[in-house]
Design a protein around this ligand. Structure first.
Ligand SMILES: Cc1cc2nc3c(=O)[nH]c(=O)nc-3n(C[C@H](O)[C@H](O)[C@H](O)COP(=O)(O)OP(=O)(O)OC[C@H]3O[C@@H](n4cnc5c(N)ncnc54)[C@H](O)[C@@H]3O)c2cc1C
Length: 321
């Protein structure tokens, strides 16, 4: 499946563009699940000004999607029409600032923020050690672990909107709730400022090692996965409901509910995005039938199915082993 190549038209319309533009780039090479069709156009802006220029002048009818490290995404097999923006080198600086603060671009992996904070003797950001996404994804998703969330450490974030205007968003304006922010859909987050507390570098590095060890023992972090599939419903753990509904180890095609942690779906090798979505929808239907709770996807599903194929709850009737 390929989309019409718009790169030449766009380059002609945006002569001052500095970043990289490429057509029909496979997203299965980028997402953690290692599935998904192509991005019609993949744009990697050189810096924030380049991003703003692009957004201001790109045709309005082209949908824009931003991707971080793809650790929370299921891109469907038909791919993503329009423009996918992926921030790279121009958004990858991280450093400590006076007053136990850390400033970071949003392309920086969470683990690097944890490490920069530790080395500067800044406590409170060690939980980022275990989250395999970028700071952009952490801001959008209010990523958290081990009792802390992004909302506990953020001072402010910067963003560029679809018109190319820049914004500084306070913590309150981010509107964080559980694995969610109220940042407008068209905002592309570019930088963040975090507040930590004084700490001993050696002790923080030890805490980070504990986080890493815990992950290694309790989550299938070396698999092709999207992390926690479903949000914990109020008063419940999603994994317990999945287990009670008999879904541990359940398979659809090349997709499987992890034996190690049954709120994780894994691509055992040959899975399609449809296999994974069908498995997730089947789990949701079984949990609803068994426990009366409709689980909500935490993983974000994006893009088109292959022609003639279904998406969402319509997939749940599969015969599964
Ligand atoms: C093994 C594993 C373990 C995980 N453990 C945890 C955990 O403990 N806690 C947790 O919270 N999550 C966890 N996750 C999920 C995931 O790592 C987080 O949600 C992470 O914050 C996603 O970041 P990302 O860069 O990969 O974003 P992506 O998956 O690429 O995107 C996620 C969302 O963020 C948006 N986004 C990305 N960058 C930007 C940007 N610059 N501006 C605006 N929007 C943006 C995307 O459009 C999308 O809506 C885990 C995932 C895996 C695979």
């Amino acid at each position: 499946m390929t989309f019409p190549d718009l790169t030449a038209d766009l380059k002609a319309e945006l002569p001052e563009l500095k970043g990289r533009l490429a057509a029909n780039v496979s997203l299965s090479d980028i997402t953690w699940f290692r599935v998904g069709g192509p991005a019609q156009l993949l744009f990697s802006p050189a810096d924030e000004a380049d991003l703003a220029y692009f957004l201001k002048h790109a045709p309005r009818d082209l949908p824009v999607t931003v991707m971080g490290l793809g650790s929370n995404l299921l891109v469907r097999d038909g791919g993503l029409p329009g423009i996918v923006i992926r921030l790279g080198r121009g958004f990858a600086s991280v450093g400590a600032e006076e007053g136990h603060k850390v400033r970071s671009g949003t392309a920086v992996p969470d683990v690097k923020v944890a490490r920069a904070a530790a080395e500067a003797g800044i406590a409170g950001l060690a939980f980022y050690r275990g989250i395999p996404g970028s700071i952009g994804g952490a801001l959008r998703m209010n990523a958290g672990a081990h009792g802390r969330e992004t909302k506990d450490v953020l001072i402010e974030a910067r963003a560029v909107d679809r018109e190319g205007n820049t914004h500084t968003l306070s913590l309150a304006e981010m509107g964080f709730t559980y694995r969610h922010s109220r940042v407008p859909d068209d905002f592309i987050l570019t930088a963040a400022l975090f507040q930590g507390a004084p700490g001993d570098p050696a002790a923080i590095l030890r805490e980070m090692d504990e986080v890493a060890d815990y992950r290694e023992q309790n989550q299938p972090i070396r698999e092709r996965t999207g992390g926690s599939t479903f949000k914990n419903p109020p008063g419940h753990s999603a994994w317990k409901l999945v287990d009670e509904a008999g879904c541990r180890g359940l398979r659809v095609g090349g997709a499987k509910v992890s034996d190690m942690h049954c709120n994780f779906l894994i691509n055992e090798g040959g899975a399609t995005a449809e296999d994974i979505e069908r498995l997730g929808e089947t789990v949701r239907a079984r949990v609803k039938a068994r426990c009366g709770v409709m689980l909500e996807w935490e993983i974000i599903r994006l893009g088109l199915p292959l022609p003639g194929r279904a998406t969402g709850e319509a997939l749940a009737e599969a015969t599964v082993s």
